[in-house]
Design a protein around this ligand. Structure first.
Ligand code: KG4
Ligand code: ZN
Length: 417
């Protein structure tokens, strides 16, 4: 009968709204213990950049409820993310987004096993909103807290649907990140290389903005990366000559800002030749898009190839069946996918991607990372008072010096795409 009462309390709780307006507890309410629940369930909350996301996921990787509010359209208009604007939008949407995810799941909040939230790395003002809101929920529902590293969540998402076993190689490419790492376990990473300046998605966004692609009828509503991919299909990359970034560094780091400068110089020259102003569309815009996309793809492929050779040399991955996982917004680019496929096929690696919707920032990946941590028995915090957000946070142990020392030459691989 105790169990019956608890279940009844749960139903009552479920009808109460989450958040500040719901801080009053139902008199006499009780919470189901973990043993009484059939499966473990995690509510995940993401606010590290420009997406407010929430989801409820169970131990089998089933998404019970989800909601996402993207600020991308607004930031596209202002020409980039303004942190104070991002924070205001997170504040405006977080309660609604979490409520929607929980409502859709049909799970009373008291049946949740834990709440997992991104606390690092990201924009300070954005992380703050997610953490403060989560701490309020934790206090309200007396749930354990699972702090999440955003990059770790990206790296593990694929295992929700496709149980790639540890250890595996992972390439994360988006508007905010560019890194290669070995995932040895949940929260156990070796960082092989990362960007020295900006991320590939950021570069593509900036090039697209400089080319005024929001005035181009074929791609005016797309993100920079998508717009470049769309126009590249109609262009000839050989008409524009670009040099590979940091080709003399025999490591797994990335660099994209030099490429962006090269492209800007070319754009200025072409504008002069065509007698047009910034804001108008160049006649050779598709060729520029094709050349930029190819150079980004070739750079990503080269560094990934070196990481593969390093892993082979050091015996860091299983033999047979080593795997490469790729994720992040830029991973949805078909041309880049083909370049990576050429590299993995030449080296006997299998290639894995989460579905496109899970490649970009969302609450589902955070909830799933929470499940992974629950299962591994790590980072489940019962007294979250000391938890702080961390705008800068490295992923795992930095192994890039060892990669540099190995100075591996990568054999030429023709990227026939
Ligand atoms: O992962 P994401 O949604 O947000 C973060 O940056 O964390 O990635 C967004 C980035 C943007 O820079 C966007 O231009 C890029 O991913 N992107 C693409 C494509 N679709 C989105 N880049 C290249 N090709 C695409 N098809
Ligand atoms: Zn991300």
């Amino acid at each position: 009968s105790g169990q019956k009462n608890a279940a009844a309390a749960c139903v009552t709780m479920a009808t109460h709204r989450l958040g500040s307006r719901a801080l009053s507890r139902v008199p006499g309410a009780r919470f189901l213990s973990q043993a009484q629940c059939k499966a473990r369930l995690v509510l995940g909350i993401e606010t590290s950049c420009d997406d407010t996301g929430a989801a409820v996921v169970d131990e089998t990787g089933k998404i019970l409820g989800e909601a996402l509010h993207s600020q991308k359209g607004i930031h596209l208009e202002t020409g980039g993310i303004i942190p104070t604007v991002a924070q205001r939008l997170h504040k405006e949407h977080i309660e609604k987004v979490v409520q929607e995810a929980v409502d859709n799941s049909g799970i009373p909040p008291c049946e949740l096993t834990a709440i997992a939230t991104t606390i690092k790395p990201g924009l300070a003002l954005s992380l703050q909103v997610g953490l403060e809101y989560s701490l309020k929920l934790i206090e309200q529902y007396k749930k354990p807290f699972i702090p999440i590293h955003h990059m770790e969540a990206h790296a593990l998402t694929v295992r929700m649907l496709d149980m790639v076993e540890f250890p595996f190689l992972v390439l994360l490419i988006s508007g905010g990140h560019s890194l290669l790492a070995i995932a040895r376990g949940v929260s156990d990473f070796l960082l092989l290389g990362q960007t020295l300046d900006e991320a590939p998605g950021d570069t593509l966004d900036k090039v697209a903005r400089r080319l005024s692609l929001k005035n181009h009828p074929a791609c005016c509503t797309m993100s920079g990366g998508e717009a470049i991919e769309c126009l590249a299909k109609m262009g000839n990359r050989l008409h524009v000559s670009l040099t590979q970034p940091i080709s003399r560094h025999l490591d797994c780091d990335f660099s994209f800002s030099g490429l962006r400068n090269q492209v800007n110089q070319i754009i200025i020259k072409k504008e002069r030749e065509e007698g047009i102003q910034e804001g108008q569309i160049l006649s050779c815009v598709c060729d520029i898009a094709a050349a930029v996309q190819h150079t980004v793809a070739a750079h990503l492929a080269k560094r990934t190839h070196r990481a593969i050779l390093f892993c082979k040399k050091e015996g860091l991955l299983p033999h047979p069946n080593p795997a490469l996982v790729v994720s992040g917004g830029v991973a949805s680019n078909e041309y880049i996918r083909k370049a990576l496929q050429i590299v993995t096929e030449a080296n006997g690696f299998s290639l894995h991607y989460p579905p496109p919707k899970l490649c970009t920032d969302n609450g589902i990946m955070i909830a799933w990372n929470g499940i992974e941590k629950l299962r591994a028995g790590i980072d489940v915090v019962h007294k979250p008072e000391g938890i702080r957000y961390e705008p800068k946070a490295p992923l795992g142990i930095n192994f890039s010096e060892q990669v540099k020392k190995a100075a591996l030459k990568v054999p030429y691989l023709k990227l026939n795409i």
